[in-house]
Design a protein around this ligand. Structure first.
Ligand code: AMP
Length: 106
């Protein structure tokens, strides 16, 4: 079972930021910066290659609610999604990393 499915189903705890019917966001357990948050769809979607443009439309709106709630919409942030083996995706469930809260290195 992928760990994010466990979080979505409430079987694994998370430090939640925002949730609606379709999406969930929570803090990364191994933060790479002062703010490191993940955004996932509740639907089981493997990665960015598998997501529909329609789903991405609502996911984009949700991500902007998250960045606004975190305040990084004003200060800037890095958004990353890893895909597959070469992308070193560890969890096989679409997720966007939102990383910020400080000036990141190059
Ligand atoms: P990726 O390499 O893009 O698949 O990243 C997976 C991310 O999930 C990593 O940054 C992990 O630290 C994070 N992660 C793994 N397990 C958990 C968990 N139980 N709660 C929060 N974040 C997690």
């Amino acid at each position: 079972m992928n760990v994010f499915k466990g979080i979505i189903d409430g079987e694994i705890p998370c430090d939640k930021i925002l949730e609606d019917d379709e999406f969930l966001s929570f803090y990364d357990i191994n933060p790479k910066a002062k703010i490191h948050v993940l955004v996932v769809p509740k639907e089981e979607i493997l990665d960015f290659e598998e997501v529909s443009p329609e789903k991405m439309k609502s996911m984009t709106a949700f991500i902007k609610k998250v960045t606004s709630k975190l305040g990084v919409d004003k200060t800037g942030y890095r958004m990353i999604t890893n895909i597959g083996a070469d992308g070193r995706q560890e969890v096989p469930h679409l997720h966007f990393h939102i990383i910020g809260g400080e000036r990141l290195s190059n």
